[in-house]
Design a protein around this ligand. Structure first.
Ligand code: SF4
Length: 380
């Protein structure tokens, strides 16, 4: 209420001016107090971020995965590499099979690349298997067969980036390193409203800075697993379960109702398409397969020859084969991350194959998934 000042202009009267100035000061002080309370609450939430994540992990986190049982650097390494681009439930049977065949680093280092690829066949991204094998040989030759335990040496191994190295050492030895895999990127981008095109260096820099800041000094192994679990079980790509999330009170995206905007999307581009013809050459006893060059798509795997229509006759002639019968199968499409491949399979029956593999032998080879699919129903 404005004080009543009799006989003078109320707006210029000193009492009125004092009243207005006082009121303004009061509201400034009030705003400052609110700001302080708000920032110290925000700071408190940031400081307790890891505690809340750890408390959630204690109750709901995954603690019975095969690689978590009597964890070693070797088991964690293999699992982390398999889990790149692949879901836990897909990885489990592969991991178990891989461990039965290659129970330690030396067995893996001394195995043939064919053998390693055969145990990877179907998981995709085969450079991971080739790098795993190469790294095992480096560890055998340069580290007396013992997996290195410092971040610089681990990061220097083929196929191990900063986040994977950090995860291996944090999960197994409880060393303090921040991680930034796909799941963690999603949680942090939403929680901290981190803008920027995915995988651009400016965006990664911001995400790493937040990841470093939030990683606790203690219980780093559990925190690392907890963040991975939070990303894959709660803060999922679509329909995240925010009401079950331990950090929803201060999650920027949840509080501002813009979860779908984070992480920012990659602009959509149409995948290029390619066509190929794959020859399934068989004499009903064996099938003809070729080993692919070690670099490039399906590097080092056994595959069906890819030949265009006009050169099929020349190709068969070069192998010394004469064609008895030709039968096209339905086109099969395989989608890679960067293009779509339309495969026209063609069964070519020949009289006798000198080189080739029997069905039982094919099972021991590393074959790309589409090739496995194309020959799975074939009787030879
Ligand atoms: S509140 Fe929702 S969006 Fe935010 S971190 Fe949790 S699950 Fe993700």
């Amino acid at each position: 209420m404005i004080p009543e000042v009799v006989g003078s202009n109320p707006i210029t009267h000193p009492i009125y001016v004092l009243f207005i100035v006082g009121k303004a000061r009061l509201s400034t002080v009030f705003c400052a107090i609110c700001y302080l309370i708000k920032s110290s609450y925000r700071l408190h939430l940031m400081q307790t971020f890891s505690q809340r994540v750890l408390a959630w992990f204690e109750k709901y986190g995954r603690k019975h995965l095969p690689w978590q049982q009597q964890a070693t650097l070797y088991k964690t390494w293999v699992s982390e590499v398999m889990l790149q681009q692949t879901q836990v439930k897909t990885v489990i049977p592969y991991f178990n099979r891989f461990m039965r065949r290659f129970p330690d680093i030396l067995t893996l280092a001394n195995a043939s690349q064919d053998d390693v690829l055969a145990h990877w066949a179907g998981l995709g991204y085969y450079s991971r298997a080739r790098n795993l094998h190469k790294s095992a040989q480096i560890i055998r030759d340069q580290y007396h067969g013992l997996f290195p335990n410092n971040i610089e040496d681990v990061t220097a191994l083929p196929g191990i980036g900063r986040s994977t190295a950090a995860a291996i050492l944090a999960l197994t030895l409880n060393q303090r390193h921040a991680i930034l895999d796909g799941n963690v990127k999603r949680v942090l981008s939403r929680h901290q409203l981190i803008d920027g095109r995915p995988n651009r260096s400016a965006t990664l820099k911001k995400q790493w800075a937040v990841a470093e800041k939030l990683t606790p000094q203690r219980a780093c192994g559990q925190y690392t697993q907890a963040m991975m679990d939070l990303g894959s079980l709660i803060c999922t790509r679509s329909k995240p379960k925010c009401r079950e999330c331990p950090v929803y009170v201060d999650c920027g995206a949840y509080q501002s109702n813009c979860i779908d905007d984070y992480p920012n999307k990659q602009p959509k581009k149409t995948l290029p398409e390619k066509n190929t013809t794959m020859l399934i050459i068989t004499d009903d006893q064996r099938i003809y397969l070729e080993k692919r060059p070690s670099k490039g798509i399906w590097g080092g795997l056994w595959s069906l020859p890819e030949v265009s229509g006009t050169t099929i006759a020349c190709f068969l002639k070069r192998l010394g084969l004469s064609e008895d019968d030709r039968q096209p199968l339905d086109t099969y499409t395989h989608t890679f991350t960067h293009y779509k491949l339309h495969i026209q399979p063609l069964i070519i029956r020949v009289n006798h194959l000198n080189t080739g593999f029997r069905q039982t032998e094919v099972k021991q080879l590393g074959l790309p998934k589409p090739v496995q699919h194309l020959i799975s129903n074939l009787h030879y």
